[in-house]
Design a protein around this ligand. Structure first.
Ligand SMILES: [Fe+2]
Length: 324
């Protein structure tokens, strides 16, 4: 997970179109420069290693070998040893060069493939560790089993429904996974208290977004998540916490988290009440649109849940379904 230039680079560094274009341009350039520089007697045939490495990077070992064969052919029988004198190169010259191009393409492609597999393993490992960590947190509060993972699923669904860029969707998902980690600083007796909380206990609970932010502020990788984490209990009317931000002052990712968080809270059992149905929870979100929640985010949540959970559309009477 990264959120800056490396993310933008990642968007096109796997594109076959970009890879094929770069290989084509550099093959043409290497061939033209080698020919005009005097032929294969010059040092310029080494330029062909550039498209070979690009081919390996984009298409792995097979791509490296394919570009190596193409480079060997371009710099092969029709490329003179000496352009000005019109001296052809011997067959052994271009054949050995082609073998080198293919060998370098094969080795570089294999190394890049292995590196990518390692990176994917690390990414998966990273996510599994974070999930284990948040499960441990959720286990602290017996009424919020899998809360963080469910909020992450809902928040990502809303972000996708809103057509937000993939990097924002991923940021929302990670922020949702980690948003309540600050509850580690809240005593279990307060978290699990079945009755009404005293004002002093509420004051402690209200500090958990700040604690979550403080815990992750030392992790450079998670810094872009901090605004969403800190402000996930803000409200559109400014009556939320910890900073009482209002309207657009609340970061978009935090507004998404607020809706996802409340939806899971309403549809999960508590000591003092049964879980609400999804449809009832969506109606509650609708009631809070504009005051507690961002109406655009609520609308996206409703559209998404109705599409994935096959809930009835607005105005539709579920009781009439299937009746004669
Ligand atoms: Fe929270």
């Amino acid at each position: 997970m990264s959120f800056s230039w490396s993310r933008r680079f990642a968007a096109w560094d796997r594109s076959p179109v970009v890879g094929t274009t770069l290989v084509g341009i550099t093959l043409f350039a290497a061939g033209a420069v080698t020919y005009w520089a005097g032929g294969t007697r010059s040092a310029f045939p080494h330029l062909f290693y550039i498209p070979v490495l690009i081919g390996s990077y984009y298409f792995g070992p097979a791509g490296g070998v394919a570009v190596g064969l193409t480079a060997g052919a371009i710099c092969g029988p029709y490329m003179p040893l000496d352009t000005a004198a019109g001296i052809p190169q011997p067959a052994t010259g271009w054949f050995i060069r082609m073998v080198f191009f293919c060998g370098v393409g094969l080795c570089a492609g294999a190394l890049i493939l292995s590196l990518r597999r390692r990176i994917e393993d690390l990414r998966r490992h990273n996510e599994e560790v974070v999930r284990a960590f948040v499960r441990a947190l959720d286990a602290k509060d017996r009424y919020t089993s899998r809360h963080s993972e469910k909020v992450a699923e809902y928040a990502e669904g809303i972000a996708r429904q809103m057509n937000l860029p993939p990097e924002v969707q991923e940021r929302v998902r990670w922020a949702a996974l980690l948003h309540d980690v600050g509850k580690l600083a809240v005593p279990s007796a307060i978290l699990n208290k079945p009755g009404r909380l005293e004002p002093s206990e509420w004051a402690i609970i209200k500090q958990h977004p700040v604690e979550s932010e403080r815990i992750f502020s030392g992790v450079a990788h998670f810094r872009p998540l901090l605004p969403a984490i800190r402000h996930h209990h803000e409200r559109m009317d400014g009556r939320g916490y910890p900073d009482g931000l209002k309207g657009d002052q609340v970061p978009l990712e935090a507004r998404i988290l607020a809706v996802a968080d409340s939806f899971d809270a309403m549809t999960s059992a508590r000591a003092y009440r049964e879980p609400m149905s999804e449809e009832a929870a969506l109606k509650e979100l609708e009631k809070g649109a504009g005051t507690q929640f961002d109406p655009v985010v609520v609308a996206a949540m409703i559209r998404w849940r109705r599409s994935v959970a096959h809930l009835p559309a607005a105005g539709e009477n579920p009781a009439s379904e299937g009746s004669a």
